[in-house]
Design a protein around this ligand. Structure first.
Ligand code: GDP
Ligand code: MG
Length: 752
């Protein structure tokens, strides 16, 4: 093949255009340019050549040898590459640097003698500075680079150079050996081996290859023994580090056909090989068993990490830093694992960020939502992310890989945990709300129907529904294997809150019940107590005790009211207790409800009494009472006054009788004991279960709530002294009026 001879211009990398295509890399890529700069496009090249994803399934060969010994020519024939070759007529030196190209020889046939897959070849140019009198700096650097990366070093040598121990080739090999010792000194664990593959060019055939090989092995052994070895390695042997192989090629110009056929034969040796335990590393030859690529030569750099590894290594070499390969491998592993983590997180983000946004939105708006499909998305994302990371990153340094995997897991688990917790909290909030709404709605529906509804049953049913909904949502969001995937504690909290809410709802229901019972008490008392006061107007006593005589009956009005009151409240208490028990109220709650009921009922009674005792009502009643006694005789027949009647006597008697009502009505007290009813005892002390809220809306009662500064005596005072006085005066005037009228009618009746 013919190829352009000049690969790069003025130190710029060839093929550096942004839109590099495969065609632009036809001649391979200049990994290191003549200014000793590393080409940042290497990853791009490897991915264009589809090498990046192959893991360890690739091979690296470097070629070494003096300038113009036909190295590039050989590679181009062997691997179908298009490395620059010095033109025949213009024997100009090609540029220095390191080129790389992928093997272009087809290996699609099933023949087991085929070349290995993914062979990368590095053409190291200008390695023999000594011939041109230049410094050996680049020679050393490129040797280090090649050894740190390559499995096979092709050493190109003219036949006539074999045995010239002092020659340039041997100098080059000495450098290779020195560098190798330096390089792998620290890597005692893996102790990598390399294959030195000698290709003897322009082999005339007169000296058999075996002889040439022996000469070379002798020279190599001499070089090795002459090396300054680092402490501890003084006794090391060349075969501890290298295997050897040899091949000879005929003259390309003089025997072109044989050259081509021998190169083709040589090509078949570049396949996967297995070590034959009997094989002597120094006895490599054409009849080599198997291929040249033994697994132990592989530098174990995953293909997708090769670029970064090579760059780091070159960085160290160029800056004359101590090249510590295990450290470089760790650094590469870190770099690549981070990169892989970033790559796998792209898909993770795509799947998870929409949920994160939605959840954040819900929290911001104060209405967190249970996100549908979250569980499935989390399970898939977590599984895929970890799996993708494992696939790519597990080829790297085990320790680094394990650490980075843990980092990645904790990173995604951190985010998934937040989502999970948010989901639980949304399920919690919406569950509590739904529960409370459902119970209220059912109660309202029950009230509307008018029928008595079973509050306890409603609560029980809705609680079960709320729990099973929560459980379903929580279970649906679990991610097997994730350390956060558990909702036991949250479920307990949820149950606790449901119980709190049902307690609150039950207390509400108790209040509603209390209101209903109070209303009943008000209506009953309004009627029965009203009757008692109305009876005063008849002057013949209340309905309660007709047999005890009319005056006695009037006197016992408070005893009767107290008795009516107690009976009414007792009945109310019974109703309240029955109903409250039906919805599972605790006995403490019932006690509080009854206590409140008694207090409120007293308030109802007191208000009813005050209403009856309003000035106008009271005066009317007194007047009726008086008139009844004055204008009707004992048999209840209306009197027709005659002048002979003792109008004054009847008047005085009736007036005095009615006037006794005023002190009687002024104070709520028993006619028998002249003491107020035992209201404090009857109401009882504050139940221990009562909360401040239970006492908040209560009106203080004198003698019951001592700290109110009002005594029971005052509570039972219906009319103050001043009021009594006033009523007495006004009543007397009314009575006087009636009397005058009667007197007039008596006289009038006589004159007529
Ligand atoms: P490199 O510098 O080692 O890469 O050598 P090149 O491949 O550029 O070849 C240098 C010169 O040697 C070119 O003019 C080639 O034509 C010539 N050449 C290539 N192969 C052979 C060979 O096998 N024998 C001889 N004598 N010349 C060769
Ligand atoms: Mg060349």
């Amino acid at each position: 093949p013919t190829a352009p001879s000049v690969m790069s211009v003025n130190g710029h990398f060839a093929n550096m255009g942004e839109n590099a295509t495969k065609e632009q890399y036809e001649r391979g890529i200049q990994v290191i340019n003549e200014n000793q700069e590393f080409n940042p496009k290497l990853p791009k090249y490897l991915s264009l050549e589809k090498v990046s994803p192959v893991g360890f399934n690739y091979h690296l060969i470097s070629v070494f040898g003096s300038q113009s010994t036909g190295k590039s020519t050989l590679l181009n024939y062997l691997f179908g590459t298009q490395f620059g070759v010095m033109s025949e007529d213009d024997r100009r030196q090609t540029t220095k640097g390191i080129w790389m190209s992928k093997n272009k020889k087809d290996h699609a046939s099933t023949d087991s003698k085929n070349m290995a897959e993914n062979i990368l070849v590095m053409d190291v140019e200008g390695t023999d500075g000594r011939e041109r009198g230049e410094d050996q700096d680049f020679e050393r650097k490129s040797a280090l680079f090649a050894l740190a990366t390559s499995e096979v070093l092709l050493v190109n040598i003219w036949e006539h150079q074999v045995g010239l121990y002092q020659g340039a080739n041997m100098g080059l090999l000495k450098v290779v050996f020195e560098v190798n010792l330096e390089l792998f000194l620290k890597d005692t664990k893996s102790n990598p081996r390399s294959l030195l593959f000698f290709v003897i060019r322009d082999h005339l055939g007169t000296t058999p290859l075996a002889n040439l090989r022996n000469t070379l092995v002798q020279d190599l052994t001499r070089i090795w023994s002459g090396l300054n070895k680092p402490p501890g390695l003084e006794k090391s042997k060349i075969e501890d580090y290298f295997d050897f192989a040899f091949a000879a090629l005929p003259h390309k110009i003089l025997q072109p056909e044989r050259f081509v056929s021998e190169v083709a034969k040589l090509g078949t040796r570049f396949r996967e090989g297995h070590r034959d335990p009997r094989r002597d590393p120094l006895r490599g030859d054409q009849e080599f068993d198997g291929g040249v690529f033994l697994p132990e030569y592989h530098r174990r750099i995953p293909a997708d990490g090769f670029s970064i590894y090579a760059e780091q290594v070159w960085e160290q070499i160029v800056n004359n830093k101590d090249l510590d390969l295990p450290t470089q491998q760790e650094l590469m592993a870190q770099f690549r694992c981070d990169e892989i983590a970033r790559e796998v997180l792209v898909d993770f983000d795509e799947a998870i960020i929409p949920f994160e946004n939605k959840q954040a939105e819900g929290i911001r708006s104060g209405a967190p939502e249970v996100l549908g499909g979250l569980g499935a998305a989390m399970r898939t994302a977590r599984m895929k992310t970890v799996k993708n990371f494992e696939t790519e990153a597990s080829r790297y340094h085990k320790g680094v890989y394990a650490r980075k995997k843990a980092e990645l897991e904790s990173k995604i688990d951190g985010r998934l945990k937040v989502l999970f917790q948010g989901q639980l909290s949304a399920a919690h909030k919406s569950g509590v709300r739904t529960f409370s709404d459902a119970v209220s709605a059912a109660v309202k529906a029950g009230q509307k129907r008018g029928a008595s509804y079973d509050f306890a049953e409603i609560v029980d049913r809705e609680k079960k529904a709320a729990l099973s909904k929560y459980e379903k949502e929580a279970r649906g969001s679990l991610v097997e294997g994730a350390p956060w995937s558990n909702y036991k504690q949250e479920m307990t909290l949820y149950q606790k809150e449901l119980s709190e809410v049902s307690g609150r709802l039950r207390r509400d229901e108790m209040r509603r019940l209390a209101t209903r019972v109070e209303r009943w008490v008000r209506s009953r008392l309004g009627e029965s107590v009203g009757l008692e006061f109305n009876a005063l107007g008849s002057g013949r006593g209340g309905s309660g005790a007709p047999e005890s005589g009319e005056r006695g009956s009037e006197k016992e009005i408070w005893d009767r009211i107290w008795s009516i009151f107690r009976k009414t409240v007792q009945e109310a208490e019974r109703r309240f207790t029955d109903r409250a028990k039906s919805f599972d109220a605790s006995s403490g709650e019932v006690d509080v409800g009854l206590w409140r009921l008694r207090r409120k009922s007293w308030g109802v009674l007191r208000a009813k009494i005050d209403e009856e005792m309003m000035e106008g009502n009271l005066l009317l009643k007194l007047r009726e009472n008086f008139e009844d006694k004055f204008r009707y005789d004992e048999a209840g027949v209306p009197r027709i006054w005659r002048p002979t009647d003792d109008i004054e006597g009847i008047y005085t008697k009736a007036r005095e009788s009615t006037l006794t009502l005023i002190p009687l009505l002024s104070r709520f007290q028993s006619a028998h004991t002249s003491t107020p009813p035992p209201l404090d005892e009857w109401i009882g002390g504050v139940p221990s279960e009562a909360t401040p809220a239970d006492e908040e809306d209560l009106t203080p009662i004198g003698g019951v709530d001592e700290d109110e500064g009002k005594s029971l005596e005052e509570e039972m005072t219906i009319l103050t002294d001043a009021k009594r006085q006033d009523i007495t005066t006004r009543f007397k005037k009314t009575a006087d009026g009636v009397y005058v009228e009667a007197k007039r009618s008596a006289i009038g009746g006589m004159t007529q």
